[in-house]
Design a protein around this ligand. Sequence first.
Ligand code: LMR
Length: 399
Amino acid sequence: MSIFASIPSAPPDAILGLTEAFNKDSAPNKINLGVGVYKDKSGETPILESVKTAEARILAATVSKSYMPIGGSPVYRQAVQEMLFGKDHPVLREDRARTAHTPGGTGGLRVGADFLKKQYPNATVWTSTPTWANHKGIFSAAGFQLADYRYYDPATKGLNEEAMLEDLASVPAGDIVLLHVCCHNPTGVDPSPAMWTEIGKLAAEKGWLPFLDFAYQGFGAGVNEDRAGLLEIAGACRELVVASSFSKNFGLYQDRTGALTLVGDHADIAEKAFSNVEIAIRTNYSNPPAHGGLIVETILADDSLTDTWLKELEGMRNRIAAVRNDFVDRLSAKGVDRDFSFIKQQNGMFSFSGLSDEHVAALRDRFSIYIVKGGRINVAGITPSNIDYLCDAVATVLA
Ligand code: LMR
């Protein structure tokens, strides 16, 4: 007699499931352009030098592995807030932000979702069309109803500004709108500064809560530049929630180093609300894993390590930009007549290629090239040794 026999299998994860399939594939030329993990030109995901130095210091200095506070180390939490807002922002001066170290940005989203669901059980969560495959999973697992706002326009390969504003204007007060601060996943298409102003105005006027997902700070134009949308929203709205991540910009993927930050109208409001975030954490994973947070706080407390890290981040950003150009130019050199030049304008790690699900399936079945359904390519997975094979394969499936 089996208790579990009646349970059907769940479908593989749209992104992480690809890596599993890729790992099982024995084709010598296989390429994984699925999961958003940075790779250098030799196809490796290196540990940053700044991270290695910080880890050596931590190893020498750490004397205990006792529990962290529920919200994580106070030094880390302060570092997160300064990273998000910049050191001298009114939100920090007025003590209106409270931060918890969460297991990755995903953990931040889920803790935020659990906290909000308890407080606002009837709210709907609005996400962009399209959005990161896991967003809907996280918010529906927390019990929320979901709705979509229009975002990407396949015809122009840009933002559908009018439709987005129209949809956001229809969101009822008390609902929650999930916005990607930069390097929109999967499209790489971000709102302009003028659009952020309009979005902030709408949030304030309509009374919906902005929930910002900030997973790629430093992969767009730079750490400071990439927070522009967040600053615009924080200027327009007294209250917001931010899930952020150091997975990509510090390369700490497996150390699960992220945060949830709540900004309240006043310090005491933030303090009271945040005590409920701590309940959401305590009843889920109790308190965060320490290691990644220690790395981040060690680097950010040391000017020279910060400098090294910023240069390494710039190196990752520049490589991705160069690969975008190379990819587009080679496709055209191979006689592909479709215009892919829009890929050069997209921000962050991904190229929303415009390849259809049929093309994606053909690339996988015939060439062992793994791309997320919807046509999102991890540009960082393209290297000098696989770019020709990739472009030939794309040319073949498009022909
Ligand atoms: C991605 O979109 O590929 C990354 O954010 C990794 C993930 O967890 O899906």
